[in-house]
Each structure stands twice: as structure tokens, then as C-alpha cells.
Write a protein that binds this ligand. Structure first.
Ligand code: MLT
Length: 412
């Protein structure tokens, strides 16, 4: 008798975005005319084509793969040296941050890495998770057996939830109690809030005191517009001893379909054996990657490298600006509609309070039915997301303006 992983049976419903997709499909099947004017601002998926510098690099790389003398088979599991170097140099060392080339591990996505990282962490850790939060952090811990059952509100036993509300600017402070692993996402998905230096310093101080590990998701760092907001956890002194950082090319280079990201594991970062002996995590992650992964394709790594070329950098900046301008349009539209609006300044997400007495899913249904716009219900990100919804700014300018206009026409 083959036993299944019964942790999967603890998971609530489907993963949020397929669930939204299912509901949207049912609506469109039932209302074909409304379906024609549907605008999707649900999942944070980019809409603009790849930057020209990337396309040129990919064409060239495909040609190399088609010629015997330049063909490549398996590449290094951790990523090609030239890409690891370009990342460490441009994203860190040029900004005065100490990150070595071999501390960069290139992968096919931050979502994957956020889940995979649990392979090298123990299963008795106390895990702190913001609420609301990117659902992947919670669900991968459920799958790995790190939680108890979910309660009525969808909160899982053994996880320490850190409420993120307007009162704390949606950035949680370190808890009074001890936790071993801390997920932080800044700029935040879903709330769009970005942690200040002081807030991150408090977390690094806590993590060092408690010998905890911070899993810092910086997938949206390119959207930071306000000066002084850290783009990397390594801007905080001491973070190299307590933090892993996840970065992605999805939301800056438009790689959601191309797939490339990286994780930084400093060689100075330790975790502990059951007997309390400090051991570096870097060799464990290296071992995990070389055993379970065969690397990102050569063509895609060349594409990612092109994002660091002078033209690539300009083209990325233009893409980010387009989505940030959309965010401003959407913020304005939602405000004019009389809604209370957060985020959208350092992030491509606008976090909106639902009108009084309306739940997140009721808002989702109403906006879908009356405005033919797909948003994401806040409660899908955790119980403290109830009473909010998220609008993604990843869209064309025309669509963003149209969504802003339709929001203002809604009668609640
Ligand atoms: C989101 O909409 O929250 C993101 O697209 C999820 C992701 O990047 O995986």
C-alpha cells in the first residue's frame, strides 16, 4: 500500500490563482458578452513583451545551440559563471554590498526557490509568516509537514502569524516570542508596502539574537521609488549572517513565462544541528541544487544576462516605469471611487479596502460581474487580508485607465 503525503490533505481549497481562474472561466462561460470586455488585474503576470536586448540575446543563444562548435549540453547546476558574476556585480557589489559570485544560485523562479529552500531547513522550526502573505510560503510549509491543521479562519497550527494591518503600515515588527524561520517580503506581495531600513534592522537584530534565518523575498525590489527603502536585506549590517534573499527576473525583465530567478545564500550564514552545532547553509543548498536541479537553460541565462547590458538596463527601467505609472492610475481611480487605497508606490500592487460590510470574495464577484475586471480577493492571502482586495498594475496603459474608470462607475 503506497502511502500519500497526507500533509497535502491539510491544504485549503486550490492554490489561490487557479481557484480565481476557475471562477473567472465559469463567469465567462455563462456571460460571453461580458467575457469580451474582461480585464485581468488578478495574478501579477506581466503583459509587455520581452525587452529587445533580451530577444536579441536569445536569438543569438539559439543560434549557438544550433551549431556543433558552440552547442552546450548540461550547464552548471548553480548557473553559468558569467551570469552569477553579472548578478553579483550589478545587483550587489556595484551598490556597495558584499555578495560573491558563488553565493548566487540561478534558478527557474523565486516561487520554486521559496518552496525548495525548505529542503535544507529542519522540520521542527517555529515559522513566522506575515498575514496576509504570498500563499506559497504557507502552502509549501503545509506540504512539508511543518504545520498542524487549518482552523476555520484558514490559519494553520504551529505557524506564527504576524498580522499586517493599516495600523502597522502592513509591515510586522518582530514577535515577542521565539521563532526560527521568518518570511519577509518587501516590497510586499500582496499589500504593496515596503519595509524601511529601521524595520529591517529590527528584524536582523532579532534574527541574530535568536539564531533565526530570514527568508527575504525581494522579487519586487525594482519597483521601489522612495529613497532610503532598502532594495536588499544585505543593506542591513549583519544580514549576511542571518538571511537568504530571493530575487526574480519575472517582474523586472518580464520573465514570468521565460523563467529565471536567483537566490543568494551567503557563505557566512549558519543554521544548527539538533545538538546545536553551527553549520553553513551554503554547501547544503549547493548540494540540493546539484542533486535535484540541472540548471536553467543556456538560452534563458543568456537572456537574463542581457538585462544587465546598458540597453537591457534602460529597457527594464522603461518597463518598470510603465507598470508604476499604471499603479498610479489605478490608485487614483480607486481613490476617486471612494475606496481606501494602500500600496502601489513601491510595488506593482494596489491594496484596497472593500466598502463596509463587503467581504473580499463578495468584492471579487461584484467587480467581476459589474465591471468585468478580475482582481484578487485579499482573504486569499490570509485571514487578515479579509476586507481587502488587490489590483495588479501589470497591464497595458489603456487597460489600467479603463479599470480605473470602471471602478468609479461601480455602485456598491
Ligand atoms: C501574484 O500574483 O501574487 C504573483 O504573480 C505570484 C507569483 O509571482 O508567483
Amino acid at each position: 500500500m503506497a502511502l500519500l503525503n497526507d500533509n497535502y490533505l491539510k491544504l485549503k481549497a486550490g492554490y489561490l490563482f487557479p481557484e480565481i481562474g476557475r471562477r473567472v472561466k465559469a463567469f465567462c462561460d455563462a456571460h460571453p458578452d461580458a467575457a469580451k470586455r474582461l480585464i485581468r488585474c488578478g495574478i501579477g503576470d506581466v503583459t509587455e513583451p520581452l525587452p529587445p536586448a533580451v530577444v536579441t540575446a536569445m536569438h543569438r543563444a539559439v543560434d549557438e545551440m544550433g551549431a556543433r562548435e558552440s552547442f552546450k549540453g548540461y550547464g552548471p547546476e548553480q548557473g553559468y559563471d558569467w551570469l552569477r558574476h553579472a548578478i553579483a556585480q550589478n545587483d550587489f557589489r556595484d551598490k556597495g554590498l558584499e555578495v560573491a559570485d558563488d553565493e548566487i544560485f540561478v534558478s527557474d523562479g523565486s516561487k520554486c526557490d521559496c518552496g525548495n529552500i525548505l529542503d535544507i531547513l529542519g522540520d521542527k522550526n517555529k515559522i513566522a509568516i506575515s498575514d496576509p502573505v504570498y500563499p506559497v510560503y504557507v502552502d509549501t510549509n503545509v506540504m512539508a509537514g511543518h504545520t498542524g491543521e487549518a482552523n476555520e479562519a484558514g490559519a494553520y497550527g504551529r505557524l506564527v502569524y504576524l498580522p499586517c494591518k493599516p495600523a502597522n503600515g502592513f509591515i510586522p515588527a518582530p514577535p515577542k516570542k521565539h521563532v526560527d524561520v521568518i518570511y519577509l517580503c518587501s516590497p510586499n506581495n500582496p499589500t504593496g508596502a515596503a519595509a524601511t531600513r529601521e524595520q529591517l534592522e529590527a528584524w536582523v537584530t532579532y534574527a541574530r539574537e535568536h539564531k533565526s534565518v530570514i527568508l527575504f523575498d525581494a522579487a519586487y525590489e525594482a519597483y521601489i521609488t522612495e529613497p532610503g527603502i532598502p532594495h536588499s536585506i544585505y543593506e542591513i549590517p549583519g544580514a549576511r549572517d542571518c538571511a537568504i534573499e530571493f530575487r526574480s527576473f519575472s517582474k523586472n525583465g518580464g520573465f514570468t513565462g521565460t523563467r529565471c530567478a536567483f537566490t543568494v545564500v551567503p557563505k557566512t550564514l549558519n543554521a544548527y544541528t539538533k545538538s546545536g552545532e553551527a553549520r553553513p547553509l551554503h554547501p547544503l543548498w549547493n548540494r540540493r541544487m546539484t542533486t535535484k536541479f540541472n540548471g536553467v537553460s543556456y538560452v534563458v541565462q543568456r537572456a537574463a544576462e542581457a538585462l544587465y547590458s546598458p540597453e537591457g538596463k534602460q529597457q527594464v527601467a522603461a518597463l518598470i516605469q510603465l507598470y508604476l505609472d499604471n499603479a498610479a492610475v489605478l490608485r487614483k481611480g480607486a481613490k476617486r471611487a471612494g475606496l481606501k487605497v494602500f500600496g502601489g508606490v513601491n510595488a506593482p500592487y494596489i491594496w484596497v479596502r472593500t466598502p463596509k460590510g463587503i467581504t473580499s470574495w463578495q468584492a471579487f464577484d461584484k467587480i467581476l460581474a459589474d465591471a468585468n475586471v478580475v482582481i484578487t480577493p485579499g482573504s486569499g492571502f490570509g485571514s487578515k487580508g479579509e476586507g481587502f482586495f488587490r489590483i495588479s498594475a501589470f497591464n497595458s496603459r489603456e487597460n489600467a485607465a479603463e479599470v480605473a474608470a470602471r471602478l468609479q462607475e461601480l455602485k456598491w
